[in-house]
Structures are given as structure tokens and as C-alpha cells.
Write a protein that binds this ligand. Structure first.
Ligand SMILES: [Zn+2]
Length: 266
């Protein structure tokens, strides 16, 4: 078996963090820096006046910089929402990827992002549906990590979920109107009090990047948008069910243990 190389970091501590207020880490949030170089972004993320930071910055050449310890709350998400959860800064690890927003991500950088993300997701047991982009959790304000980011590739490592709709998914979603689409997007995780075109655009940045290519029409839910959303909801419902029964079993075990503990004390 190939041994995975140990992750190496360059330390560039940022003063921009505070405490997590008791929240557990259950999300991984990916960003692009929207700046020309990694160094310029790091300087900004370390500047006390900027009031922003992230746990990690991944440079174009794949070098990973560590700015904030994972047990601290970095300031990357801002006002944010996903799947009923708010204040994602308190609940996530944030990775900034050096990219100006209009160019593809180099291979060395993608590989480093994947290795780092997988390590984080494994250590905290982050579910695939909770590996999200900044544009997912703040769709009316943010566009990162953008449609150049290869979410499909990440999903092959259980980081995020890539929808591959069946014929049945197409059939069942084809009559969806605006209401069903917006309800579906909310069920997947997106905030509800945002206009449909904005939400659809955010969804497409993540799950239908070809909508931003030649001939595409971002913001309009077409048959592919609907089928991919339907497919994701179907898979999320299965995942939610499994997690609910796991939690139930865990609770039962805990209760049985405390019952037998009480007995043996008698
Ligand atoms: Zn961002």
C-alpha cells in the first residue's frame, strides 16, 4: 500500500481568531483568496486591521500555510448558513486557496487541497454534505471557490457529493416549478430568504459549473439543474436516515451503559 506523505505546513500565525464558543467542528469551508498571489493574501489574513483569517492557505505550488490553530475560531465565513446551522466560523475549518477567481487551479494546488481536506474531514468525521464552498453558505455575498474549482474530483475522496442523476431523477424532477426548486435548495442546505436566481447560481457554481461556459445560462434552473438537485436530495435523505439511526444506537448504548453502571454499584 502506498504510504501517504505526512502533511507539512509552513507556520504563518495570524492574530485574527477567537474561541469557538463550545461548538464542535462539523464543516469544512473552501474559499479562493481573490488576490494575485498567496503572499499578498497571507499578509492580509495576518493583518489585525483586516479582521479576516482562515486556518490554512494553500498556495499555487501546493505549499500549505497554517495561520490559525484548528481549535480556534478563524474569521473566514462571515454571516453564513447551511442546513439550519448558522455562524459557520464557530463550526468549521476554513481553507483559503490562492486563486484570483478567474483562472483554473493548478494540479499541485488541487492535490494539496485534497490531501489537507481529507485529513481534516477524517479527523473530525465531517460528512460529505458538509464540505461546502463560501458561495454555498453566503450565496448573496460570495462566489468562491468558483466554477473553476473541481468539486467532482473532490467527491471521489468523499469530500462533498457529486450528483450523477438517474433517468428516474430526471423524470421525477422535470415538472418541478420555481417553488419546488427553491424548497429543494433549502432542503439541501441553502438559506431560504434569498431570490431564486441567486440560489440557482450558487448551486450551479458548485454542482453545474458548465452553466458558466459557452451557451450556458447561470441562474436559470434547467432540466440538468433540477435532476442534479433531485439526485442530491435523494442521497442526502439516505445519509440523514443513516445518521439518525446511528445516533439512536449510540444513545441506546450510552443509556444501557449507565443502567448497568448503576446496577453494578448497588
Ligand atoms: Zn471566501
Amino acid at each position: 500500500m502506498r504510504k501517504r506523505p505526512r502533511l507539512a505546513f509552513v507556520e504563518r500565525p495570524s492574530p485574527n481568531f477567537n474561541e469557538r464558543k463550545g461548538h464542535e467542528i462539523s464543516f469544512l469551508v473552501l474559499h479562493y483568496t481573490a488576490m494575485d498571489t498567496a503572499e499578498a493574501a497571507i499578509q492580509r489574513l495576518c493583518d489585525p486591521a483586516s479582521q479576516v483569517s482562515a486556518h490554512y492557505v494553500v498556495a499555487e505550488d501546493g505549499t500549505v500555510y497554517r495561520l490559525v490553530a484548528e481549535d480556534k475560531r478563524a474569521w473566514h465565513a462571515g454571516i453564513s448558513y447551511w442546513d439550519t446551522h448558522t455562524d459557520l466560523n464557530s463550526r468549521s475549518v476554513g481553507i483559503e486557496i490562492a486563486n484570483n477567481g478567474s483562472s483554473p487551479y493548478p494540479e499541485a494546488q488541487m492535490q494539496a487541497v485534497i490531501d489537507l481536506s481529507q485529513d481534516i474531514a477524517n479527523r473530525y468525521g465531517i460528512r460529505a454534505f458538509y464540505v461546502v464552498g463560501h458561495s454555498d453558505i453566503a450565496p448573496d455575498r460570495k462566489q468562491d471557490p468558483g466554477h473553476f474549482f473541481d468539486w467532482k474530483r473532490l467527491s471521489t475522496r468523499n469530500l462533498g457529493v457529486w450528483p450523477v442523476p438517474t433517468m428516474d431523477d430526471y423524470r421525477r424532477s422535470q415538472l418541478w416549478g420555481d417553488l419546488e426548486v427553491i424548497q429543494g435548495l433549502n432542503k439541501l442546505g441553502y438559506r431560504s430568504n434569498i431570490t431564486l436566481p441567486t440560489l440557482v447560481t450558487a448551486f450551479q457554481r458548485h454542482y453545474q459549473p458548465e452553466a458558466f461556459g459557452v451557451g450556458g445560462s447561470p441562474g436559470i434552473a434547467d432540466a440538468v439543474t433540477k435532476a442534479r438537485l433531485y439526485c442530491l436530495l435523494r442521497r442526502k435523505a439516505i445519509g440523514d436516515g443513516v445518521r439518525a439511526s446511528q445516533a439512536k444506537r449510540k444513545n441506546k448504548k450510552k443509556n444501557d451503559k449507565s443502567k448497568s453502571g448503576r446496577k453494578s454499584k448497588r
